[in-house]
Design a protein around this ligand. Structure first.
Ligand SMILES: [Zn+2]
Length: 72
């Protein structure tokens, strides 16, 4: 998602959905489909603008209005 650059999963933040809302899965342990986003500034907004979240999770999801603080 986001800029679409190729990156190893280890360089990307794993996002998951809990109770219908996107969360940062820092421990990479949450069940279900995950989506990977690079933590660079701007990529969250790009992903939102492209509708990448529902596409990645293959269902409607609540996306936090403020970008989550992603760290790896
Ligand atoms: Zn990016």
């Amino acid at each position: 998602m986001g800029c679409g650059r190729e990156a190893a999963q280890g360089e990307l933040a794993r996002l998951a959905v809990v109770d219908g809302a996107v969360v940062f899965d820092a421990a990479r342990h949450l069940p279900g489909r995950g989506a990977y986003l690079c933590p660079r500034p701007g990529c969250w907004e790009r992903a939102v603008a492209r509708g990448a979240f529902p596409r990645a999770f293959r269902r409607p999801v609540d996306v936090p209005a403020e970008p989550l603080h992603l760290s790896i």
